[in-house]
Design a protein around this ligand. Structure first.
Ligand code: NDP
Length: 386
């Protein structure tokens, strides 16, 4: 280090620069203060806080709950898991620890009704075998909770009617978990077909939902409400209803149950069914539990087609419109279907609004499922009950 003399030109330049800086920062009496005052304004405006998250109890910790629903809470704005209901306490404890659920809020099927005394639960989500949907929905509603119930809503239309009545009696909301009604691709297909009439008048719909099911599986058990139409054919018929905006008048169906495949001792392997709508639209639907995965629909209009393939998967949906030799694919941003449907229901509960897919939607599908079973059994066209 070297000392510099007062005559050092570098030192002189530095002192001059400092003096200029001091002169320029001299405060005049009229200048506003630069540092904010300590006192806060009485009318301080706060930005809107994020909406309050409603507490959800997940009922049944099977494949769908563990692989899709629990992880989806991370993408929710208005929903959080606050309780679990399971027949397997060890599994439930692990799930509770993984998702920050208080282990004291683990219930089983016997003490489930005690959720009535748990203010941390606003909504219960029924993800049980189909044969248990009605009972656990009704008990949830009677416990004063709002209920989101997986599809199919129940095994019989009579059960669906009891579930709807229980919601009305308890003054609680009931929604059926039709996740595709809460994601943008199927919403866009509805707009294209019904509002924009992008392919002209709809003439026919071809919808297919197939997968290869290995035993054991709730889907293969009659007692648990299994069956291909109940499990996956429902997507085809629900799509035919939401793409046309109509209720089918009549169903014809054929079912196949191979004698040499022990998986199909109780439910059919494959079912093809045709829905006839009052406007004249015909929807050809098929589903199979023993075929390679294929989940798609094509809407045949007077002027072109609307194609969705895959149409019913959790992710990766693709929607295009074909007119003459022009095919245009719609580029939409996908969302987590389960987060979107759960947040929709939380919003409806918070704002006291009816959900987009209430119990009546589930009932309409179950009526078609019942008519399809009768049509397959009798070989006759069966009118869908209203
Ligand atoms: P799983 O068989 O994987 O899970 C069902 C869970 O229900 C079990 O893990 C068990 O949970 C509980 N349960 C209670 N009693 C029984 C019983 N007697 N037999 C079997 N399980 C029982 O089924 P999924 O998760 O695949 O399907 C559950 C529901 O979700 C069905 O209604 C199905 O239609 C629907 N689903 C909907 C989908 C969608 O995209 N919306 C996709 C897949 C299914 P625990 O051990 O905790 O007691």
């Amino acid at each position: 280090m070297t000392d510099r003399s007062p005559d050092d030109p570098t030192r002189r330049a530095f002192l001059a620069a400092g003096a200029t800086l001091l002169a320029s920062s001299a405060v005049n009496a009229d200048d506003p203060p630069l540092a904010p005052p300590d006192k806060q304004p009485p009318d301080l405006k706060l930005p809107d806080p994020p909406p309050k998250k409603l507490g959800w109890a997940v009922v049944g910790l099977g494949k769908l709950a563990l692989e899709e629903v629990m992880p989806a809470f991370a993408a929710c704005r208005q929903s959080r898991p606050t309780a679990l209901v399971s027949g397997h306490p060890d599994k439930a404890k692990r799930v509770a620890a993984a998702y920050g659920v208080d282990p004291k809020k683990i219930y089983d099927y016997g003490n489930y009704d005690r959720i009535a005394d748990d203010p941390a639960i606003d909504i219960v989500y029924i993800i049980l075998p189909n044969s248990m949907h009605a009972e656990y929905t009704v008990r949830g509603l009677r416990a004063g909770k709002h209920v989101l119930c997986e599809k199919p809503m129940a095994v019989t239309a009579a059960e669906c009617e009891q579930m709807i009545a229980a919601g009305k009696d308890a003054k609680r909301k009931l929604m059926v978990a039709y996740r595709l009604r809460y994601e943008p691709f199927n919403q866009a297909a509805i707009e294209l077909c019904r509002k924009e009439r992008a392919v002209g008048a709809i003439r026919t719909i071809a919808a297919s939902n197939c997968q290869d099911v290995t035993a054991p599986n709730i889907r293969l058990s009659k007692a648990l409400g299994g069956g291909p139409v109940e499990d996956i054919g429902i997507y085809c018929l629900n799509a035919a209803r939401y793409l046309t905006g109509e209720e089918p008048a009549e169903v014809t169906a054929v079912a196949h149950r191979p004698k040499d495949d022990p998986r199909f001792r109780e439910v059919p392997e494959s079912v093809a069914f045709t829905l006839r709508f009052p406007s004249g639209v015909i929807a050809n639907c098929d589903c199979s539990f023993a075929a390679a995965e294929s989940r798609r629909y094509r809407v045949h209009g007077a002027d072109g087609f609307v194609d969705m393939d895959p149409a019913f998967s959790y992710r990766g949906l693709r929607l295009s419109v074909l007119k003459g030799d022009r095919k245009s694919e719609l580029k939409l941003t996908e969302v987590n279907h389960f987060a979107a449907e759960m947040d929709h229901f939380s919003e409806c509960v918070a704002a006291d609004r009816p959900p987009r897919t209430p119990g009546e939607e589930g009932l309409a599908d179950v009526r078609v499922i019942e008519a399809t079973a009768e049509a397959a059994r009798t070989g006759r066209a069966v009118a869908v009950k209203r």
